[in-house]
Write a protein that binds this ligand. Structure first.
Ligand code: NAP
Length: 411
């Protein structure tokens, strides 16, 4: 086999992936090492089985988080960020946000430093996973959450601080705003550029993966110039860049009596609170959901609960230069080094990474093997406590069971 090499990004944004490819990984803190080991076993086995030795991953560890601090004195080095950029993709376990003033979340730093503006979270039911829904099989959505702005921009000041008082005086004296006494203040920036690139990515994904609609989720009835603007700019970019591929829900109703007699992707919008209700009552009406940062955080966890919880939810942070695939849950420190937690979130994020690289046969094998293993009833503690007669097994045993599962993915 040829020497391991990096992925190249072509001029049109597509990837050239060598058969023997170097992929950087961040093990993560807390339960990170346990779920990483299980994930690596599953991915290596799926690639080997799908391509019979013609393709292979050479994993390259990046020392980030506690391991980075202990071995290099830095939790997130410039070198680690450069390596992710150079290699175009990376797989990442959860990282602790150290408690203390002024220390930014490493997860948020990675997203912002690498401009990974789209947080992509697929929510699809895996048969046999316990769900609180009566028809979880109707759920097949992907949340595109804006990752770089909104209230997550971190522009806020504590009540009573000089900064908060200065901003409060400016707002009341110069802008005529009515404020309560000594408020804490946070700023919510939402821009045309960042909205349009996020919504464009969501529409591109809907076209590539065959989803029937893109819903713009917003609270524009109350926050007109931020969330309302997000909605308007979303419709604008759909018309500017995809006019021959999309139709708005309004056009559909006025021109076609509401009948979905169209091969075009339907662009619609929903007020955030109402959407929370509709995804529970009529999940089959929603495919891609594009939304600002904070709404996206809330709706993706709520949707994850409908298909088995955070332990099962994969995620990716995608920009124009590179993409980081990561478990959506945290480090679950109380279970650290116990070989106990569910590695599925990272395993499914690994499958998303393989899809992104075009190694779809291996990705599909992972999803089928995971489903079959859960069906067998030998699962980690979190699933075992919800499935009657299930046998609890360790994180590593669960990983091995998925890796060794022999389901014919062509069937
Ligand atoms: P958490 O680590 O996600 O854990 C909360 C609970 O979720 C756990 O106690 C466990 O529930 C369940 N859980 C999490 N991972 C699981 C898994 N793999 N399998 C089964 N169950 C799992 O949230 P947290 O305790 O709020 O956060 C801990 C640390 O993680 C913090 O430092 C936080 O900043 C960080 N964090 C990192 C990321 C990231 O890296 N992207 C994301 C979120 C949080 P039970 O107790 O019911 O078993």
């Amino acid at each position: 086999m040829e020497q391991a090499a990096k992925i190249k990004i072509n001029k049109d944004g597509t990837l050239s992936v060598p058969d023997h490819v170097i992929i950087p990984f961040i093990e993560g803190d807390g339960t990170g090492p346990d779920i990483w080991r299980a994930t690596r076993t599953v991915i290596d086995s799926a690639v080997q089985t799908a391509y019979q030795g013609r393709k292979k991953i050479a994993w390259a560890e990046l020392l980030v988080g506690e391991k980075g601090y202990q071995q290099c004195g830095e939790r997130l080095s410039k070198d680690a960020l450069d390596k992710i950029r150079e290699h175009a993709v990376a797989l990442k376990g959860p990282l602790t946000t150290p408690v203390g003033k002024g220390i930014r979340s490493l997860n948020v730093s990675i997203r912002q430093e690498l401009d990974l503006y789209a947080c992509v979270r697929p929510v699809k039911y895996i048969d046999a996973v316990p769900s609180p829904m009566r028809h979880p099989e109707k759920i097949n959505m992907v949340v595109f959450r804006e990752n770089t702005e909104d209230l997550y921009a971190g522009i806020e000041w504590e009540a009573g601080s000089d900064e908060a008082e200065t901003v409060a005086s400016f707002l009341s004296e110069r802008m005529g705003a009515e404020l309560p006494e000594k408020p804490g203040i946070g700023i919510k920036p939402i821009s045309e550029k960042n909205t349009k690139r996020l919504v464009a990515k969501a529409i591109e994904y809907a076209i590539a993966e065959g989803y029937p609609s893109v819903t713009l989720m917003h609270k524009g009835n109350i926050m007109k110039y931020t969330e309302g603007a997000f909605c308007n700019w979303g419709y604008e970019v759909a018309k500017e860049r995809f006019s021959d591929r999309v139709i708005t829900e309004r056009e559909l109703y006025s021109g076609h009596n509401g009948a979905p007699a169209t091969d075009r992707i339907i662009i619609k919008d929903r007020i955030a609170d109402m959407l929370f209700q509709q995804v529970l009552l009529r999940p089959e009406e929603f495919g891609i959901i594009a939304t600002p940062n904070l709404n996206g955080d809330y709706i993706s966890d709520a949707l994850a609960a409908q298909v088995g919880g955070l332990g099962m939810a994969p995620g990716a942070n995608i920009g124009d230069e590179c993409a980081v695939f990561e478990a959506t849950h945290g480090t679950a420190p109380k279970y650290a080094d116990q070989d106990r937690v569910n590695p599925s979130s990272l395993i499914l994020s690994g499958a998303m990474m393989l899809d992104h690289m075009g190694w779809k046969a291996a990705a599909e094998r992972i999803r089928q093997n995971l489903q079959e293993t859960i069906r067998s009833g030998r699962v980690t503690y979190d699933l075992a406590r919800q499935i009657e007669d299930a046998a609890e097994i360790s994180c590593s045993a669960f990983g091995r069971a998925i890796a060794d599962c022999r389901v014919d993915s062509r069937g």
